[in-house]
Design a protein. Structure first.
Length: 513
């Protein structure tokens, strides 16, 4: 898909994602009072709860109690019979209609935004494609205007089993049913408000992912279908399949790159994009080998991470061989990084131990992160860019962090941040280390991290503790007893002392290095 059309899809996907987050917060507000004082007192698996709900035909509180009693779940029966529990359950059932309405309104907004984006993509692609054909051929010719009736036909197409509208409403039904089931499960299991907030955000997160997948994939389909229409309008019989030249491209799209197909035989998922969800491939008219040689196409340089222009007739296979190499076992993490020799902050980490790296980067006034595998070998490096306040890992690096030890420097030798901790939580790193001139703080991956709340809840708790401790250290600064940096370190250490106790987080302070 052309970059302009991709931009339309991305902006719409981001807006839809915001709507999902807002609806998630609304749903949480509606139900949180029912979980505010709930405490886990017994063990019961989600599988057992679902079975109990099905057998009791959940909706009848008495049925739930009787079924639990018949199964010998005495602790659960006692819990359900506590004063106020029936009222909480019935309130949840009443809120189910509000939740349904909220998700229904969300689906309406999603459908309208998706439809608007697809219409814009369709019209833009049609005219852009004809313009490119005229530019390449040097011919000015008349052509039919883009027809909205054609878009209506496209919108109704069931090219992947269902049209996009049907998929949106299927996702809506699945989200509503799953969420209501989770809410009842949470009540029966005695989950806390924080636990339910995490569940709600996860469910809406999955829904948002599905929504984004629909708008991006359907935009790819709409753009490529309109390109086929423009080819027919201009009397072009064949087209070239064009994959994106970067390391995110799928094997199937890479294999089709540069191949020629007949317009009349175009079929999405076979020889016309989209070939898969989130597909970024496109097509161009077959203008002939000689003309193609004179043109350029965009490619992402895997070393610098920047877009470059390469010959238009360069295939994905040729690009990969030139920029990446044919060695399938080559460590791609060392390629997808901003730590290259052209960078003024280039850091040569190869062959160094973690202690050596920490002694060196601890003196820098900007952040550098280096990852080590289980054998102690440094496998990739990432640098703080420009005026950013921290190292920002690439998506590929994050996907590969499982089991790695990540060390990075904090120029003022402050403890790790909540964001550091959640790199472990979200990407299963073995440890995150924050080093400076005087010491290294080490956050280790332990089983207890599975009990942490969602990041925004933890971060909010961190900020509240920080603000509560700030007063006494500010006074010491005024009295000249400590510097601002010393106060910052002391405040953060005190915050972490509270949080490590509460959540049993493993945070060590190493000074002998």
């Amino acid at each position: 898909m052309m970059y302009e059309q991709m931009d339309i899809a991305e902006k719409t996907a981001d807006t839809i994602g915001t709507e999902y987050r807002n609806t998630a917060k609304y749903v949480h507000e509606k139900i949180k009072k029912n979980y505010a004082k709930t405490i886990n007192k017994f063990k019961i698996s989600d599988k057992d709860i679902l079975k109990l709900m099905k057998e009791a035909k959940a909706g009848s509180y008495n049925n739930l109690i009787n079924m639990a009693r018949n199964k010998g779940m005495t602790e659960l029966v006692s819990y359900l019979e506590q004063p106020g529990q029936r009222y909480k359950y019935e309130r949840l059932m009443e809120q189910a209609e509000n939740i349904d309405n909220a998700i229904n309104n969300l689906a309406k907004k999603e459908s309208a935004m998706t439809s608007s984006a697809l219409k814009e993509v369709s019209e833009s692609t049609y005219y852009k494609s004809i313009y490119e054909i005229q530019k390449h051929t040097g011919l000015a010719f008349s052509f039919n205007e883009w027809d909205e009736k054609l878009f209506s036909k496209l919108a109704a197409a069931k090219w992947s089993g269902n049209n996009y509208s049907k998929r949106i409403w299927n996702n809506r039904d699945e989200l509503a049913a799953t969420l209501k089931s989770e809410i009842i499960q949470g009540f029966i299991a005695g989950k806390t408000q924080k636990e339910m907030y995490k569940v709600i955000m996860e469910r809406f997160g999955a829904g948002a992912f599905n929504a984004k997948r629909i708008v991006r994939t359907e935009s790819c389909y709409a753009a490529n279908e309109m390109e086929m229409q423009s080819y027919e309008e201009c009397g072009i019989d064949t087209y070239l399949f064009v994959a994106t030249l970067d390391l995110r491209t799928s094997d199937i799209c890479a294999a089709l790159d540069g191949k020629v197909f007949k317009v009349k035989d175009a079929m999405p998922g076979v020889n016309m994009p989209p070939m898969h969800p989130f597909c970024r491939s496109t097509t161009i008219e077959n203008i002939g080998a000689e003309t193609l040689k004179k043109l350029k196409r965009r490619a992402r340089n895997p070393v610098t991470g920047k877009n470059e222009l390469v010959p238009a007739d360069m295939t994905y296979k040729e690009w990969h061989k030139k920029y990446v190499g044919d060695d399938a076992s080559k460590d791609r993490l060392g390629i997808i990084t901003n730590n290259n020799k052209s960078n003024p902050r280039y850091y040569d980490f190869s062959g160094k131990s973690i202690s050596t790296v920490e002694r060196e980067i601890g003196k820098f006034d900007y952040e550098v992160a280096v990852a080590f595998d289980k054998t102690g070998k440094a496998v990739f490096c990432q640098l703080q860019e420009g005026t950013a306040h921290e190292v920002r890992f690439t998506k590929h690096q994050l996907r590969k962090m499982n089991g790695l030890d990540i060390t990075h420097n904090h120029p003022y030798n402050t403890p790790p941040s909540p964001e550091d901790l959640y790199i472990i939580v979200n990407h299963n790193a073995a440890s995150i280390r924050a080093t400076g001139k005087n010491c290294t703080y080490i956050l280790n991956n332990t089983e207890t991290l599975k009990n942490l709340p969602a990041f925004d809840i933890f971060s909010e708790e961190y900020d509240k503790l920080y603000n509560s401790f700030m007063g006494k250290y500010y006074k010491k600064m005024q009295e000249g007893l400590m510097t601002g940096v010393e106060a910052e370190i002391a405040i953060q250490e005190e915050v972490w002392e509270e949080l490590t106790k509460k959540y049993k987080i493993s945070l060590l302070k190493q000074t002998d290095y």
